[in-house]
Write a protein that binds this ligand. Sequence first.
Ligand code: CU
Length: 474
Amino acid sequence: MAIIIPRDLGNHFNPDSPVERAEFEGFASDVPNTKGMITAVKNGDVNPATGAVVNMTAQSQRAAKLFRPVFLAKLNQLPNLSGVFFPTPDEMSEAFMANPSRSGRTQVEIFRPGDAGANQRIDVWSFKDNNDSDTESWPAPTIRVREGQLVHSVLSNSHGAHTIHHHGIEPTAVNDGVGHLTMEIGGHFDGEDGGTGPGGEYIYQWRAAEAGTYFYHCHRNTTLHFELGMYGMLIIDPPAPVGAGIQAPYADGGPGYTRVENSATRYDKETFWVVDDIDISWRNLDKSFGIQTTNGQPPALFTGGFQNIPSGGLNDFHPDFFVVTGVTVGTNGVLEVPSAAQIDRNEALPTLYNFIRPSILAGQKLLVRALNASYCTTVWRFPVSVDGTVTAVDARTLGHSANGFGSYSEPFRLSDLPSDQFGFRQFELSTAQRWDILIDTAGVGTHEVLVEFRHWLNYNEVLHTARLPIIVTG
Ligand SMILES: [Cu+2]
């Protein structure tokens, strides 16, 4: 009997064909994962010498496609897999490497607008910094490295299966952190919380090739895990000029250096404006929503997430409120001052609140790193009282001759954008887009930047507007 794969309407799927079955399980379901692929090699389902599939399963198919024979042989020689440590097949070593280390997932509480008593807490998921056990924060702690460094980014697993995808980086395929296809940490096949719990560690290896504003996020069951909060900033800093007195990577908040065309240029302060939308109902979904649990019987339980599922799941998205870099946007659009009761439950809040309300002296330079981490299209409106240079888009420095894009791009001024009748200049960021804006002109006073969250389907509907201040003192 032909069965229609929900995500592939019109194409009939034959579950009796081992090839189709393997493809189906590989792409639409919770298999294969890293441990499963390695186990397939160890079990002899793949010939480690030739890379040929011996027994056709989703795991063996994917392992044969992903791993070169030299790596298959290496896996086969491992004594056992009880250590749940998966070797990085192309691991190399250099002096002055960067070694960030995260575990997933941790849980952090945020608060609805007006909930000063912290009575209506919302759980978000985050990554924990394994080198800083004191503070759990959301967004996850920034990974910050120096341009040119070889990076070994460790992900260990504390609950459920996750990955790290270093968004905008171009690593080798096994280090890309895209679930199912590459290294997924957490050794079970049957849903988020139904498996064996903790397990696994992997070193994602990549080169910090170009300075810029990136971010990292979990790429397993991505639609859900990203909405639940599994992301943090990833900054690659250019080296400082000789004699600058500071060296990359710089501290969040500045001072530091950013590349403008071909030159490392100093900024005094820095902020990350990371806008996000929160749908409370998604917190109550079964955490396997969006994942096909085959149980060996495709397509058994398609738990939601795709277009032709009539209702429920990941196709129902209705944000209840909005946040900027983890701080709640009030119903009036203003960032909410964290209350004592809230800080009691989320100690990172005061730091975040001050960080995203930058205060500079007149004449100082402020680097705004803007990221849309919501599912809305966002419209950013800068008042004409503020000007600055848009230096980079999606971590590519405009006019940077070394990156290959320099010959056909150049930085531009906010004042190059047309202003509307209300005295604002605007641009759009859709999901995952980043702009770097080096603010260098603003009069004394508080300048409000407006960020509109537009309905993800009906662009003209403004769901909410956040008001972000740039405070300039004399
Ligand atoms: Cu995840």
